[in-house]
Design a protein around this ligand. Sequence first.
Ligand SMILES: Cc1cc2nc3c(=O)[nH]c(=O)nc-3n(C[C@H](O)[C@H](O)[C@H](O)COP(=O)(O)O)c2cc1C
Length: 191
Amino acid sequence: MAKQQLGPTTQLFPMPALLVAVRTGDGTAGILTVAWAGIVGGQPPMMALEIGGSHYSTPYIEQEGSFTVNVPSTDMAVGVDYCGTVSGTRDPNKAETCGWTLTPATQIVSPLIAECPINFECRIERKIEAGRAAFYLVEILETHVDEEALGKDGSPSASAVDPLIYTPDKSYYGLGERIGEAWSIGKALSK
Ligand SMILES: Cc1cc2nc3c(=O)[nH]c(=O)nc-3n(C[C@H](O)[C@H](O)[C@H](O)COP(=O)(O)O)c2cc1C
């Protein structure tokens, strides 16, 4: 099959559509949508996120050295897109606009977004400057999961979490069908 070369791109997907929340004052938080993010380590659990330097939330992130990463469900897509397109300079209370509840975290000052089925409390371990943005390498200090989203084995069930996914063709998706069991279906080719 013929291929076209697109040069260096960011066409690796799907990406998670995440909500980063940082305390901005008493009971208020800056909330921004972040899709350039992912798990990069397990022991300790680490995540990397690319965050622009000009965002309203960024000075608060720098000041606190920590923030929460909240995993929205597909039914939160409109609010996620709002938080990714409207600056806190214009709307410093995006949680209220979106009808979301801010609840306290346990180890950091920034709040959790209660409506998100999974919330991570994260502490910045390293920052790598990258032009007008920076890569933040964060340690996950705590994970909160809705009880209804927990599977029988005590870890989050992907279908119950129903995470919102972003793709670079400017689209939001939900998870598709389950294809099979990981670390297992490949055994069909074992000789
Ligand atoms: C789908 C989507 C993904 C985004 N991903 C990122 C990202 O990975 N990093 C980033 O810095 N901004 C990203 N943005 C842009 C910010 O969320 C947006 O500029 C936001 O309004 C900043 O909020 P603030 O100025 O209130 O802090 C994304 C926006 C959308 C809609």
